[in-house]
Design a protein around this ligand. Structure first.
Ligand SMILES: Nc1ncnc2c1ncn2[C@@H]1O[C@H](COP(=O)(O)OP(=O)(O)OP(=O)(O)O)[C@@H](O)[C@H]1O
Ligand SMILES: [Mg+2]
Length: 332
């Protein structure tokens, strides 16, 4: 898969040195990317990393300060109309009419796209079913929950199926069930040949959906690869055991270090054991913890987080901040 991406035989999105400055502040710094047709690329980064700024430039909503970006061969500045005809963006903040119902919003979108009344209503019924909107279809958008609103917003961006769908944090704020609905829709779309570019703050989401992940922080790509490449570098999931006190920690360490590769943090009173085989590893660890007075406060199977990824791949923690002063200090 890496090879496939690296060759990018058929890139539909290309950026070269893409840069965005707001005054003196560099929000996106020489960003290079190629997205192959039919693939899912995920831009993964913390708050303020520059994700929205990049997708806004791709969607022609904001002009680059430097470098170039093209979508299906169309330049985002010179051929903005053509770009808009092949790319659809679902923004991070829903752009819906508050005083219309969910269904009316979708109908409006379909009519604006030029569909007749009959065709628009057929398309909207399909979207209502696909995104599980039925229950609140006739509620004013201003009175639905954030997650419900997000689903309407996603549906609105699929009134016409685009060649390239850009989703800016499609599942932030969604409950687990709604997140699954969005994930399965994304997989369906990929099956139908849509190229997807999505941003997320969740490593788990990028892992679940993407063929290629670009880690971004302070406007710069800091690492890239397939989920497997990156996971191999970040490390697998692990079992974390937190001892009640240091005495217990020492007893547990002595007991477990015989059979497992343990990493001990005395500050956190925590022992970490790699668990590539998830549940069977978890069971083996718990089986080894027979009682001899060592007290365990917590035992859990944990997957790597965005912070783990940044630490492992860049040697730096991510800095979830929007404070530009701090970002500049960090960079200097
Ligand atoms: N219009 C603007 N004027 C000035 N600074 C801006 C503007 N838009 C974004 N920025 C700054 O650019 C940086 C990147 O912002 P961006 O919205 O792209 O981050 P993000 O990765 O989308 O973050 P989040 O996960 O919070 O959505 C931030 O430091 C932000 O404050
Ligand atoms: Mg954003």
């Amino acid at each position: 898969m890496t090879e496939n991406f690296a060759r990018s035989e058929d890139p539909v999105v290309i950026t070269r040195g893409l840069t965005k400055r707001f005054g003196d502040f560099v929000a996106v710094d020489s960003f290079d990317l190629e997205v192959s047709a039919g693939s899912v690329v995920s831009l993964l980064g913390p708050n303020g990393a520059g994700k929205t700024t990049i997708v806004r430039m791709l969607a022609t909503l904001s002009e680059p300060s430097g470098g170039t970006a093209s979508v299906c061969g169309y330049d985002v500045v010179r051929d903005a109309d053509a770009v808009r005809s092949v790319l659809s963006l679902t923004g991070q903040f829903a752009a819906l009419e508050d005083n219309l119902t969910a269904r009316e919003n979708l109908l409006l979108m379909a009519r604006l796209r030029g569909y007749s009344k009959g065709a628009a209503s057929r398309i909207v019924e399909g979207l209502i079913e696909r995104f599980d909107i039925g229950e609140f279809r006739d509620k004013l958008v201003k009175s639905v929950s954030g997650g419900q609103r997000r689903r309407v917003d996603l549906a609105a961006s699929l009134v016409v199926q685009p060649k390239i769908l850009v989703l800016d944090e499609p599942t932030t704020g969604l409950d687990p069930r709604s997140r699954q609905v969005v994930w399965s829709t994304i997989r369906d779309l990929v099956g139908e040949g849509v190229t997807l570019f999505l941003t997320t703050q969740y490593l788990e989401e990028a892992d679940a959906l993407a063929d290629h992940i670009v880690l971004i922080d302070h406007g710069r790509a800091t690492a890239a690869g397939t989920p497997n490449d990156l996971k191999a570098r970040i490390g697998d999931q692990r079992v974390d055991i937190i001892a009640v006190d240091l005495e217990s920690l020492d007893k547990l360490t002595a007991k477990l270090s015989g059979g497992f590769s343990v990493a001990v943090s005395r500050d956190q009173r925590m022992i970490s054991i790699p668990a590539p085989n998830e549940l069977s590893d978890l069971r083996a660890v718990t089986a080894a913890l027979s009682d001899d007075g060592a007290l365990v406060d917590e035992i859990a199977l944990r997957r790597p987080t965005l912070d783990d990824a940044f630490l492992a791949l860049t040697g730096q923690p991510s800095h979830p901040t929007n404070d530009t002063t701090e970002q500049e200090e960090v960079r200097a």
